[in-house]
Design a protein around this ligand. Structure first.
Ligand SMILES: [Zn+2]
Length: 328
């Protein structure tokens, strides 16, 4: 447990995922004791939270409030167990709340929808494994769905919810105006930038949307993500406390670097398109130069394609059942 400033502690826990090995949970000692995010919900991480709380003479049962930065599992999966121990209430953005409250049903519906669906066997296997890993996660009621600009009042702390969609549609950063600190969730990380695009389940949902009765689904969105970063630049921030990686002491420098980094990748995609028509696979290979974690990279390239289409810089063409992208 690390004390950041008076009343704010950072607790680092290990995650059972290879792509993000650890995360930060923050404890705010306002008049109400609050956790920002709750980890992946497995026994080990819950034990680690409980052990760390002892450093500041607290127990799980002392938690009054939980706030979730967004609807990705490692940020909310511990909610239900911590609620059971403490009776804490949960707050999250209203879009995140929809997922958090219906998570168990959502995973089983997806399982059913992809069973027998017309998807490449490898994609199906990866998606099923991913869903299986999430099948033990409990849904949790969100007592307080939040809107942009709403303030979570913790007595001596007041946290403004800043809706920052892009990495996830229901992502919020929490801003303490008095102390000029921003709890940035995954929007701004300690190092590097977050994944923005279609995860494997999103790619599968896209293919089985009919079976699920879904008309429009919201995933990661590159333009939203960039706009959210611009929005953070307009706040007066001294310190960023991210959900992964070290604390950010130079907020504006980091945010600008993040914007540049994503725009540079976009330039690489536009450059690749100068050679003519390209499939998603070709563009991904050219922009990333590798096919490790290929679904994630494809999902990310897809987010750039969505953005470039919306900006009117490229167009899609369909030839012999294959989709190509080309410069307009
Ligand atoms: Zn996330």
């Amino acid at each position: 447990m690390e004390k950041i400033i008076e009343g704010v502690y950072k607790l680092k826990i290990n995650l059972p995922f290879t792509w993000t090995p650890e995360m930060n949970i923050y404890i705010i000692m306002g008049d109400e004791i609050t956790l920002i995010d709750t980890g992946p919900g497995d026994i080990k991480s819950l034990q680690s939270i409980s052990d760390s709380l002892k450093d500041i003479e607290l127990e799980l049962k002392d938690i009054d409030k939980i706030i979730n930065t967004h609807e990705h599992v490692e940020h909310f999966a511990g909610d239900e167990e911590i609620k059971k121990a403490s009776g804490a209430t949960v707050s999250a953005h209203k879009k995140a709340a929809k997922i958090i409250q219906n998570f168990t049903r959502y995973i089983s519906e997806l399982f059913n929808a992809i069973r027998g669906a017309d998807i490449e066997p490898r994609m199906k296997a990866v998606a099923e494994r991913y869903l299986y890993l999430q099948s033990s996660i409990s849904s949790s009621k969100v007592e307080k769905p939040l809107k942009n600009g709403e303030v979570v009042d913790l007595g001596s702390f007041a946290l403004e919810a800043i809706h920052t969609p892009g990495h996830a549609p229901g992502h919020i950063c929490f801003y303490d105006e008095k102390r000029k600190i921003l709890f940035s969730g995954d929007q701004v990380l300690g190092t590097g930038t977050p994944f923005v695009g279609y995860g494997i389940t999103d790619l599968v949902i896209d293919r089985v949307a009919n079976k699920l009765g879904i008309k429009k689904v919201e995933y990661g969105n590159m333009t939203d993500y960039l706009n959210s970063l611009e929005r953070l630049l307009s706040l007066d921030i001294k310190l960023i406390l991210p959900a992964h990686g070290p604390i950010v002491g130079e907020p504006y420098k980091k945010i600008r670097e993040d914007i540049d980094r994503k725009l540079l990748r976009e330039q690489m995609i536009l450059k690749a398109l100068e050679s003519g028509e390209n499939t998603l696979e070709e563009l991904t290979r050219k922009a990333y130069g590798s096919f490790q974690l290929d679904y994630l990279l494809k999902g990310s390239t897809l987010a750039y394609i969505d953005r470039l289409l919306a900006l009117g810089k490229i167009e899609k063409i369909l030839k012999e059942n294959q989709t190509y992208n080309k410069l307009k």
